[in-house]
Design a protein around this ligand. Structure first.
Ligand code: FES
Length: 148
């Protein structure tokens, strides 16, 4: 009788171990697949203004990537709207975007994502949403960056 009880305990333990291994295997396989398709979410943008340099530090048709909280932001001096600023983190898979003055677009090098420099909207490629827009202005001769 005692041997029968220990067999049942062993069988229960092995069943539990098998289920844990199957769950771990499924999580290891599907976790990266789900995270690939799940758009990243930005957190921790600064609530206080950030000085990014003196007025004129970004000449026309040039850009500057600056640290904005935990994440980089890109400030572009456009011909049409003057200074504009966006998160520099691609909304597809979090690569850092850059400004290309020849093409006139913000480009993501990872999967050929292209954004409009005038509003941050997606022009083409896999990004699921526009770049988050930041406010940029000049105060007392300094370029100031703020979250919206
Ligand atoms: S990470 Fe930017 S297009 Fe994929």
């Amino acid at each position: 009788m005692e041997e029968s009880d220990s067999r049942l305990e062993r069988r229960g333990f092995l069943t539990l171990a098998k289920r844990i291994l199957i769950a771990s295997g499924l999580a290891a396989f599907f976790g990266p697949v789900i995270s690939f398709f799940w758009p990243n979410v930005l957190e921790e943008t600064p609530t206080k203004p950030v000085v990014i340099g003196p007025e004129g530090a970004i000449p026309p048709l040039e850009s500057k990537v600056v640290r904005f909280g935990r994440y980089p932001a890109i400030v572009i001096n456009t011909q049409e709207k003057g200074l504009v600023a966006y998160s520099a983190v691609c909304t597809h898979f979090a690569c850092i975007v850059s400004w290309n003055p020849e093409s006139g677009m913000i480009e993501c090098p990872c999967h050929a994502g292209f954004y409009d420099p005038l509003d941050g909207s997606v022009i083409s490629g896999p990004p699921p949403s526009p770049l988050p827009v930041y406010r940029v202005s000049t105060d007392n001769g300094q370029i100031i960056l703020r979250s919206s």
